[in-house]
Ligand binder design. Structure first.
Ligand SMILES: [Zn+2]
Length: 543
């Protein structure tokens, strides 16, 4: 059997194991209930005014998000925040059954737990992944503490309250505390979006993609995607949030969005179309059908987020009038927004709180009666956040997080994606020879060379062939094979830089490159000039 055949059979096993949660007879039996499916529970209107058994007022989850983003009324914020946790009661028992089922499936395939099965997709063991996440959390902790203190002061002033020691969860502008848009200020550089239709927003995202070398999306993408909020009489429910799916691993890619006004959805449009383009890049006869799913999960997310990050750059926003003409931008505030909304704040959430909870859930088989207490212990310790009042153990507050239902035991993906996105960003900047040009320009210049898709067909085919080969040898090699990342370099004892494979090694190298003074790097790491090593990366002492 060839390596490619082995890899595809391995993929069949992994896909079967993942699907067990929904489709197997055992899954239905294990879920043990005939109620609405989990997506319906998570996407259903949230009761914000309950009178006994009767709900006097229910609002869609998107409206909850809007209140938490805008409202300055702490009583209203607390009421809405607590209401948003209601689905956790209904989902707790199912989550325990799903956990047990997933672990049984993983055990039959020879893994210690379902977490082990998912981590194996990176060619890593659970201890390796947990150590990487722990180190990442500690690296970011000093900067996070400073951001946390700054946001506490800003929000206390906003709500006219004393500065708290921990951040009250209902003060934050988002349900989970995973992003802190605005950082205590209301509004983002989106005033120029007023009057722009949702369709303009997503079509502009495509114009951005084609401007940097991606091919136009096919007509079927626009016909089959579900991009706009449902009409009240639509007769169906729609999942909140956004999603892009490669339906047939060929030419059928679809995006689910609920586009409305606002800068956030402008960014999300770019992000989701980034996923779509990356999916299309794998719809190629040179890549075996079963392996057409990207370098790895985190890399997919990093590509999408790189596109979204490029779309946040000031020159691009000014060229569209999204930043009003003549409006000055405070560079420090913009960096703060980036760290709070799209960067540093996501690390203690993804790498520590959720990751450690899922570790306890799957590896340690944490009893369900301890879930809520453990969850809030982790949130307090790593995110410095606490609920407005002690939470009852009858519920499971994190169980209604859609990703934990749809993509269980994969949350470290988001932390890895953040690190890879910075690497890609760094690489794009390192390619730039024109001082002062924006990341948008860098992407445009380099798209054909570094992205799997591009104008150069020969290059594209070579990259895709390398992709298949990369998957065969272990998907962590893919990025380098496809030219998507600079060759990683390992510092040997003799002080040389030489290429090294594997995501873990590359990330460790990345970490070394971030702290050249501490690590006394030898002077020549050829693909990353010294002056570029710390671009866009937080610099702080190790915690
Ligand atoms: Zn994404």
């Amino acid at each position: 059997m060839s390596d490619v055949e082995f890899r595809q059979l391995d993929k069949i096993l992994l896909l079967a194991a993942e699907s067990s949660r929904d489709h197997s007879r055992g899954g239905r039996k294990a879920s043990g209930n005939r109620g609405p499916c989990a997506f319906s529970v998570v996407s259903a209107p949230i009761c914000v005014d309950r009178r006994g058994e009767h709900c006097a007022k229910a609002i869609p989850p998107a409206e909850v998000d809007e209140i938490l983003l805008r409202s300055r009324d702490l009583a209203e914020r607390r009421r809405v925040w607590e209401a948003s946790r209601q689905p956790g009661v209904a989902l707790k028992r199912r989550s325990r059954n799903w956990r047990d089922l997933r672990n049984r499936v993983a055990a039959e395939l020879g893994y210690s737990s379902y977490l082990h099965l998912q981590v194996a997709d990176y060619g890593m063991t659970v201890p390796e992944m947990m150590q990487l996440m722990d180190r990442t959390t500690r690296d970011f902790a000093p900067l996070y503490r400073q951001l946390h203190a700054s946001a506490r002061r800003r929000l206390a002033a906003r709500y006219r309250q004393p500065v708290p020691r921990r951040m009250p969860a209902h003060w934050l502008p988002e349900r989970w505390g995973q992003r802190w848009p605005g950082g205590g200020r209301i509004g983002q550089p989106g005033e120029g979006l007023r009057g722009k239709s949702p369709e303009w927003m997503v079509r502009q995202a495509e114009r951005f993609s084609t401007s940097i070398g991606f091919p136009a999306l096919p007509a079927t993408f626009w016909e089959r995607s579900d991009l706009y909020p449902l009409a009240r009489d639509a007769g169906r429910q729609k999942r909140s949030g956004s999603w892009t799916v490669h339906i047939d691993r060929d030419q059928d890619v679809r995006t689910l969005l609920s586009l409305g006004p606002g800068f956030r959805l402008f960014q999300v449009s770019h992000h989701e179309l980034g996923h779509a383009h990356y999916d299309f890049a794998y719809a190629h006869p040179g890549v075996p059908y079963l392996l057409r799913d990207g370098a790895n999960r985190a890399f997919h997310e990093a590509i999408a987020e790189l596109i979204a990050a490029a779309a946040r750059q000031e020159p691009y926003l000014r060229s569209l009038g999204v930043i009003a003409p003549g409006r000055p931008m405070d560079a420090t505030e913009r960096l703060l927004d980036e760290a709070l909304d799209n960067g540093v704040v996501g690390i203690p959430w993804a790498a520590a709180a959720v990751n450690l909870f899922e570790y306890d859930l799957y590896e340690k088989k944490l009893p369900a009666e301890q879930w809520n207490r453990r969850w809030w212990e982790l949130v307090a310790r790593y995110q410095g956040i606490e609920p407005p009042a002690p939470r009852a153990e009858a519920s499971c507050d994190i169980c209604s997080k859609a990703q934990l239902i749809e993509r269980p035991a994969q949350y470290y993906d988001y932390a890895l994606a953040l690190l890879i996105r910075y690497q890609l960003h760094d690489y794009n900047r390192a390619q730039d020879s024109a001082p002062g040009s924006a990341q948008l320009q860098l992407l445009r210049e380099s798209a054909g060379r570094q992205m799997v898709v591009g104008h150069d067909e020969r290059r594209r085919h070579a990259a895709l062939a390398a992709t298949a080969a990369g998957q065969n040898r272990g998907r962590s090699q893919l990025a380098r094979d496809a030219g998507l990342l600079p060759a990683a370099h390992r510092v040997s004892g003799q002080g040389e830089c030489r290429p090294a494979g594997g995501l873990g090694v590359r990330l460790r190298c990345w970490e070394r490159l971030r702290f050249p003074a501490e690590r006394s790097l030898p002077p020549a790491c050829p693909s990353v000039p010294a002056a570029r090593r710390c671009v866009a990366l937080p610099r702080h002492p190790r915690g």
